[in-house]
Design a protein. Structure first.
Length: 120
């Protein structure tokens, strides 16, 4: 079997490390991006966030998160600030960071499993 690379929707070329970013409805077309484009355009892959958060973004109930230049963690929409630093990723040398400081330890992932016995 021949392996075909996935198409990166951002640089419009083949990519071996592309991940799903967004689904266009209709017709249910997936937009994928390679790691280099995710870093350059500060995109967050679907696999990097909880399923419910990604579904909320797809349905238009939430805005996509951005990535913190300091700790690399995800920052929910509206909770980031731009600060001036040497070598920041912004066009003006700014960096995007957590408004209230970076978390000292990562939060455990939220569980979305369903149990018919929960709450009884």
């Amino acid at each position: 079997m021949i392996e075909c690379p996935t198409w990166c929707s951002w640089h419009k070329g083949p990519a071996d490390d592309a991940e799903l970013i967004h689904v266009v409805e209709p017709p249910g077309l997936g937009l994928y991006t390679c790691k280099a484009c995710r870093e350059e355009h500060r995109l967050v892959a679907a696999s990097e966030m909880p399923l419910q958060d990604w579904l909320d973004i797809q349905m238009g109930r939430a805005r996509p998160p951005t990535r913190c230049d300091r700790c690399g963690g995800l920052i929910p929409h509206g909770q980031a600030e731009a600060v001036q630093v040497d070598g920041g990723s912004g066009a003006d040398g700014s960096a995007t960071v957590h408004r209230d400081g970076c978390p000292t330890r990562p939060r455990p992932p939220r569980s979305y499993s369903y149990s018919p016995y929960a709450g009884r």
